[in-house]
Write a protein that binds this ligand. Sequence first.
Ligand SMILES: [Zn+2]
Length: 114
Amino acid sequence: MADAAGDRVEERLRKAATQLQSERERLRRKLQPDPLVDVYAFQEVTLAQPTHCAKCDVELPKGTHAHLGLIDPATSGGVSKLFVCDQCLPHVHDDESNDEAVKEPENKDKEKPS
Ligand SMILES: [Zn+2]
């Protein structure tokens, strides 16, 4: 009887430990710096092998359009490439289109003093 109780406690402890471990794993992933920080170029590719987005970890099946990020192995410590999905690709052209909107003159209709 004592043995059965001990087993149950052990099992519960083990379960708790596993939970803690996956929790820690998740935290560590969250704390990791931007994986795209070392990428010096992106190239649109069609995947020939299934992979995962380096940033959001979404599954990228074979045949999907993804973006190949090129990394200098000297700065990353060995990694030379990664893949990101459309959503995680940094949009470098956003600034340009924003500029046009900002350029709109705002003070052309100044209130006239009456
Ligand atoms: Zn992504």
